[in-house]
Design a protein around this ligand. Sequence first.
Ligand code: FAD
Length: 414
Amino acid sequence: MSETFVVVGAGLAAAKAVEELRASGFEGEVVVYGAEHHLPYERPPLSKGYLLGNDELESVFVHDPDWYDENDVDLRLGQEVTAIDTAAHLVRTRDGQQAYARLLLATGSSPRHLPIADESGAPVAYLRTIEDSQRLKEAFTDGARVVVVGGGWIGLETAAAAREAGASVTVLESLDLPLLRVLGPEVAQVFADLHTEHGVDLRTGVEVSGVEKSPSTGSGQAAAVVRLGDGSSVEADLVVVGIGVAPNVELAEAAGLATDNGILVDERLASSDPDVFAAGDVANAQHPVLGRRIRVEHWDTAIEQGKAAAHGMLGHDPSYDRLPYFFTDQYDLGMEYVGSVGPEGYDEVVLRGDTSAAGGRTFTAFWLSGGRVVAAMHANDWDATDHLHAIVGTRADPERLGDASTSLEDLAKG
Ligand SMILES: Cc1cc2nc3c(=O)[nH]c(=O)nc-3n(C[C@H](O)[C@H](O)[C@H](O)COP(=O)(O)OP(=O)(O)OC[C@H]3O[C@@H](n4cnc5c(N)ncnc54)[C@H](O)[C@@H]3O)c2cc1C
């Protein structure tokens, strides 16, 4: 096939899609548009190793700069696609247009903003890009006062990095626990304890009612006062807002593609236009195993959907049935999570191991719904991963799951 395949968005999903196109023998032209000026890169280090100063910037890029030339990928960085004409099979930029036979939208997502913070003139930051991470890295110094709004993954990883740099950190979360919606109270409590034990001032059940710029501190830098609904306030040298992301669907919407919390795609990752595909954070995909739509904002999905979308573009018939997978590292807790608790929630959580700091926080958690394990995670037990993948989706006896004398390997065998 010697046609032109175009990818919009030069992130992880895009980089993996073009890698897979070439690995599958596609010999046509491959054009990738990226609004950012960087080569495609991985974001997880931006809130972990790179932010902590443990990883070099070079380590975040998906491929070496030479890879794109060697694989004949026309990478057009710093060029935003402004419109798609699906009837004419064209994408448009400010300077021109490009025809496509098949198009992949891998436009990712953007942080949700907190207008009262943005409009305050106080030092406010978000974390999505390399530049954002560099800004936080500079601000996270010994004694700096950091307020993190939002106790989700990004907020908590940011809080951990700031604490490790010696900053004093307050995390503000509107629910009763951080990560409550993702993990439920049983496991969310572990993360709450982890942060308070590391000196974070964790304030839950609080709403930010205002943000004000406060007079310059001794360093000459402006600071912030964050006012809370209960009448209290917290001072900060930097307010980091981590209240979730929204999929970048504007292009797709304007082009008339079906969207609803992301670009709607089928199991092959094809959109409502058969020549347009979507992958990664922006794709709301019909999942054959879960039996419902799901949009996943995780690293593994960007990689695997990127590859699957390449096969869809090539006219193969992939069925993207991989379960969501996520990892995080905070202080000395590393965890991996596989599966998905559906909108109907779960019936029971079964824990095995020790969730306490004294016990090394080495444990496994299983979420059950209707007698089936719908999700599982481990903390600090890196041998568990493959077993958890095998266990999720199976029917299991909660007593056996919780009985540490039955190995995970045996549970995985059924
Ligand atoms: C700080 C941070 C830490 C994370 N840590 C983890 C983690 O520990 N574990 C985990 O599983 N996941 C993690 N994630 C999530 C993971 O990084 C994302 O799921 C992943 O980056 C999604 O990849 P993507 O290619 O879909 O989108 P993105 O990485 O968002 O890339 C999309 C790209 O498209 C560009 N673009 C958008 N519109 C246009 C346009 N019109 N024209 C041209 N270009 C355009 C954007 O500028 C962007 O560069 C983290 C994310 C962040 C921000």
